[in-house]
Design a protein around this ligand. Structure first.
Ligand code: PMP
Length: 406
């Protein structure tokens, strides 16, 4: 029998709105504790942090730094100075490309990116390659998303200087071997930039154990507010890097002709920081810890297994990636013969089911897999078996609604 999902209660939108929300890989719903935390910041500690010498501003600064330390613990970074607040994953990755990439890469150096990167971890490297004369090379995968040792060995050369890879693919849901990649990069003197947008909400991350140099994620995908993101960077690298954006709040002193920049992390936080967002993100992390990754995983895997097995039973439906539900991280991207994914999404929407459709900001992967576009259902621990049943029932009826026979 279905055990009632005890977490539903925590999500105001899911209580009020009958939507069957299967788009958590795009953005996760917010528990009320996160909404309250952000409001609480505005109601009780609101002033511009970092620069005021009065009590309220110092309180705002204290909260910002408390949030930074919670993020540090979340990914086991050695120091909170290595945690930079940004707007989102995209901004974090651009920061690395503009600051580290443009200052360190040279003509002939190789940037290795996986074929499954979200455009956020591809376009910044295309830009860096174009501006520095570095060469962009692709790390390819098997059809199920696996990056094999052979592929890795073929892709690395003695010119590899930077590797950009997603921890979990937003299309296939597979987890990439970042530890192994970081070890291979280290041997060759290259740095590794990890896009953890899709892994941070689902699994513990340990930047020390995995040995990565930079790691980016977005608050909104792990139930935090929109507009707050994180970049972790190894201190030695951050200290040598030039600022990305310049202006207020990131300097020690300024003259008519120049400036002395503040130490990390503030050197990379130009302008007013989204401190209320950071406070909300801290609460989201605490909420996630209270639920626990084991519980998140257990619930997700049960629902993903049910959904994947169900989709396999529906004629003309093809799921991208692995046959195994445990290799999907709650992400099921699928096509239906003869039906455009936009129609799939529209028909599901008519039944109150929210999924995403398109190329999922990963066009090179779609080209590589020879698939035009696809629909994506993404599951989080707050979903229920009833929702998956409704999704499968609606999906099974799509071809008929489009005028096909059996
Ligand atoms: N990388 C991956 C793997 C993603 O799934 C996403 C979000 N779709 C991003 C980067 C970009 O995240 P954001 O829009 O929050 O910057």
């Amino acid at each position: 029998m279905e055990d009632k999902n005890p977490y539903r209660e925590n999500f105001p939108l899911l209580k009020e709105n009958p939507v069957i929300y299967l788009d958590s890989a795009a953005t996760a719903q917010k528990p009320s504790c996160v909404l309250q935390a952000e409001r609480d910041f505005y109601e009780h500690s609101y002033a511009n942090p970092m620069r005021g010498f009065y009590a309220l501003s110092m309180e705002a600064t204290k909260r910002l730094e408390e949030a930074r330390d919670e993020v540090r613990r979340f990914i086991n970074a050695p120091s909170s100075d290595e945690i930079i607040f940004t707007r989102n994953t995209t901004e974090s990755l651009n920061l690395v490309a503009y600051s580290y990439g443009l200052s360190r890469l040279k003509a002939g150096d190789e940037i290795l990116v996986s074929i499954m990167e979200h455009h956020s971890n591809l376009l910044p490297w295309q830009m860096a390659a174009e501006k520095t004369g570095a060469v962009l090379r692709f790390l390819e995968c098997e059809a199920d998303g696996r990056i094999t040792q052979e592929r890795l060995e073929a892709a690395f050369t003695d010119r590899t200087r930077l590797v950009a890879v997603a921890h979990v693919s937003n299309v296939l849901g597979c987890e990439n071997p970042i530890r192994q990649i970081a070890a291979m990069a280290r041997e060759r003197g290259a740095v590794v930039v990890v896009d953890a947008a899709q892994s941070a909400p689902h699994m513990p991350i340990d930047v020390q154990e995995s040995g990565v140099d930079f790691l980016a994620f977005s608050g909104h995908k792990l139930m935090g507010p929109m507009g707050i993101g994180v970049l972790y960077g190894r201190r030695e690298l951050l200290e040598e890097m030039p600022p990305f954006l310049t202006g207020g709040e990131m300097i020690d002193s300024v003259t008519r002709t120049g400036a002395v920049f503040a130490p990390v992390p503030h050197k990379f936080e130009a302008g007013t920081v989204n401190a209320a967002g950071a406070w909300g993100l801290m609460e989201a992390i605490r909420y996630l810890k209270r639920v626990g990754f084991d519980e998140v995983h257990r619930r997700e895997l049960a629902l993903t297994t049910m959904a994947l097995e169900g989709l396999k039973q529906i004629p003309h439906v093809h799921v991208l990636g692995s046959e195994r539900p445990e290799e999907h991280c709650g992400i099921l991207t699928f096509t239906i013969d003869g039906v455009h994914p936009h129609d799939v999404s529209a028909i599901l929407d008519a039944d109150g089911i929210a999924v995403r459709a398109g190329h999922h900001c990963a066009q090179p992967l779609f080209e590589y897999l020879k698939v035009n576009s696809a629909a994506r259902a993404s599951i989080y621990f707050y979903n229920t078996r009833e929702e998956i049943e409704a999704f499968l029932k609606s999906t099974a009826g799509i071809r008929r609604k489009m005028g096909y026979g059996e």
